[in-house]
Write a new protein. Structure first.
Lengths: 108, 108
DNA sequence: CATGATATGTCTGAAAAGAGACATATTGTA
DNA sequence: TACAATATGTCTCTTTTCAGACATATCATG
């Protein structure tokens, strides 16, 4: 039951807070869309359609939380994303909120 | 900047994970819709329309995460909600996910 | 006795989000 | 030379969600 709920909530989280999850992945290491798709699908065992992924990445760049650079590697042309200072701050805000949600839960 | 982001993320969270936030409030103490509205609006400094609140509460009850009982108190008729065992489990799942998101962030 | 607060509910039109296709280009493999 | 995988993008139709109104009832206050 707990595991069922966890899967449900994770899917909910990825769907509704996809921007944050993308920032999280890119924060650990600069990477590109296709790689992120593969990684998220493996890590969370869910489908991530590229039709939602790429527009979200572009939106995050436009918002200044990510920056991208076209790179040639392994004979492949990739748009590699790096997190910006604002992106880092955004994640800090997210983690502080999670922390406060957890702190207030410890009372029970 | 951090505070601006925090407000933005909190609004995002409340909107998209309203069900969980409602469970959280009711877990600390059995309460009713109108009271929750006031509390959430004060605590998070956001608007919570009752047009979304009451249907969500009813959905949570239907799902078995909450149970309600009509009560008369202070000359008022209220539908007081209590969290169920499944509701507790649901919150446990949520907190475990938050925990894992935080743990993986501590590397940076 | 009207007005505002408490209390809970639904409904509708508009906006947003979703699934899945359409589109294109390169590379590696059978 | 097809076909699968890599890689990134848009577009449309459908579904879902949302804001705000519509609705109703009680109670307290001026």
């Amino acid at each position: 039951m707990l595991e069922t709920y966890k899967k449900e909530i994770v899917q909910h989280l990825i769907r509704n807070l996809l921007d944050i999850q993308l920032l999280r992945v890119i924060q650990t290491q600069p990477t590109w869309g296709y790689q992120i798709k593969k990684q998220v699908e493996t890590d969370f065992n869910i489908k991530l359609r590229h039709g939602i992924l790429y527009p979200t990445l572009n939106a995050l760049e436009k918002k200044g939380l990510l920056k991208s650079k076209k790179q040639q590697k392994d004979g492949r042309s990739r748009k590699v994303y790096t997190i910006t200072q604002d992106g880092q701050t955004y994640l800090t805000a997210y983690y502080q909120i999670l922390q406060s949600q957890l702190s207030s839960s410890e009372k029970s």
